[in-house]
Design a protein around this ligand. Sequence first.
Ligand code: ZN
Ligand code: ZN
Ligand code: FE
Length: 763
Amino acid sequence: MPQGDEPTGRRLVKVTGIVQGVGFRPFVYNLALGLNLSGHVFNHSAGVDIEVEGTQDSLARFETDLTRLAPPLAHIISVTSAVIPPTGDKGFRITESDSGGAKTALIAPDSDVCEDCLRELFDPVDRRHRYPFINCTNCGPRFTIVEAIPYDRPNTTMASFVMCADCRAEYENPADRRFHAQPIACPVCGPKVTLLDSAFNPVEATDAVRGAARLLSEGAILAIKGIGGYHLACDAENEEAVLKLRARKRRDEKPFAVMTPDIETLRLFAEVNEREAAILQSRPHPITLVKKLQPDALGPCAPSNRYLGAMLPYSPLHHLLFDGKPYNALVMTSANLSDEPIVYTEDEAKEKLAGIADYFLIHNRPIHNKADDSIEKVMSHGPVVIRRSRGYTPVPIQLDREYPPTLAVGAELKNAFCLIKGDKAYLSAHMGDLKYESALESFRFGVSRLMEILDISNPAVVAHDMHPNYLSTAFAEEFPCERKVAVQHHHAHLVSLMAERHHTGQAIGVVFDGTGYGLDGTIWGGEFLVGDAAGFERHGTITPIPLIGGDAAIKEPYRIALGILFGMYGENLPPLPIEWLNNMEPARLALLRQAYYKKINVFYSSGMGRLFDAVSALIGVRPKASFEGQSAMELEMAVANGYHGEYPFIIGGDVNPANLDFTPTFERIVEEMKNGERAPVIAARFHETVAQSATAMVKRISGTTGLKDVFLSGGVFQNTVLSDRLGTLLETDGFAVFRHGRVPPNDGGVALGQAVIAARTLV
Ligand code: ZN
Ligand code: ZN
Ligand code: FE
């Protein structure tokens, strides 16, 4: 190494973050060679360690370029550098991984196929022409194939595939894009796709993918094994096929996600603005909610919904399925029965999808960690992750300090759990609705797998919801750990957002949610809290409304509306212009009236989500829902453009919590209905009323506490109209408003708050 008389030195550089499986070592190798530095680099259970020796100038350049030029999938959290004695070694080497020490290295999330691989995929002379598993150090599966850290091939589900000579040569060539690409594969040595019929017998086809595309274009339903699990697919423009899939999947109205080959094709069906286009094309390639051009665009894919859940092809297999554009759009919905977890193994596929899929397009690269497609929605303050899974897990949330290992089991619907290790919180992929036995099983499995991957043998504390009947609570109670912490649901929502926004001091939390167990054993969900991870006080809440029939009211919100009407008019209702009420069998009405007055199975809830459900039912938008939250969602979609005024409300009570009472709102709504006001205008005024009343409540709380930071969390903040309007009103009044981004506002984010609150009790 010609270095003249310049003084040389040697440094030990330690890099942490997502630096394994993203081409970091080859990048370091090339950087060092270019600067004439000697030494070596190796993967370490805590990240990547580098020793470099050379001139001081080159060493300084090396450290700047290390972060400045890092590869696209790398996510550097820290770089530390120490001077060590020079050894006079020659050349630069990539050495064996060291698997000892504390396992804290971060695993990269799965990434969409890169431009370079895509070009090779469609290049007829490339040796990976049309090979569905093409990948490189800049792209491909990661978390879903990892079994342990450090991230090396033997610790992935690629371990059983022996590299051919060509792949081995690329893998070992530091100048190659596939240098140390752990999932490297080719048609000679790698995984293969197979097309099977409904009985799992092979179908004759020279090219399984072409065969599958032809079947799809002819109207068949296919189960397709992907990156994080199976999809059920059919031609989204073929109404008969979509309706057949709905019937077989027992899913009446819940929207199906669709995949189009590109943004231009998606624009045949929906408006896609710049910010949405950026999210659709981002590395995680999430399902993104975009506004339909016509209400009936792609008809039965998303009935009575103004939005379409759309995504673009992200795996090489998807690109091949769209080759030649045999269809404009495919339904690509998670393969499961109703709300059960996504199917991800061949055995499960055979057992559970046999009655649904006409054909199966499977492959033999095992999925170790399942992950649904993530879902995002662009709001005025930025994109919000509604379901956080593939492409995001296991990217951690950086915490304010180190904590003992903590497990938080989450809530029940849209469950996700969370593990804290050191100063990072790892929110799991979406687990689904834990009231299903299959979801609970996959939850148990998921917890032990993530603990294994993060090398956590024994959490110091286990956090769970206060709800005594949640299956996650039962799981926590049985978990072999001395210390358990029961966390109030809305406190957890508030702290999940504070953790996401790296906020520590006291703040005002507006938590608008469907259902959550309160400190007093009643159902909460329209909460104004003051607190932080150490504790909270309930400063305000909405006046509880009756749910006739308890949980039945979630899918039949007209029961809530009816309770409100009884409260307003007494048992003999006057003639009202409410269709569902006037069409109700007198006997049924009598039964519900009796239940209400005798308090038989009538629960009171301060859930804001239920209030939206009630208004949706009352004004006839959606009196009866086919899935939780549908009525509230359609009320948002019904909102007329522009400003239409608001309704009166009352804030009362001298002691905490103050009550926000919407009785005058309901009275005015019924009056307007009698005068023939249109539902979209009423929906707009109701949204405005909620935003104005919440602002008034926040101002009142700020007046007594002096706090100016306001956090908006809870599932109701998936409502763009409300989130945008309340944010604007609060900001106009001088408040700093914090809303969700990468952590879901719904119960998918609760575990993060639980974890931080429980971990806080230990430090
Ligand atoms: Zn690539
Ligand atoms: Zn090969
Ligand atoms: Fe919640």
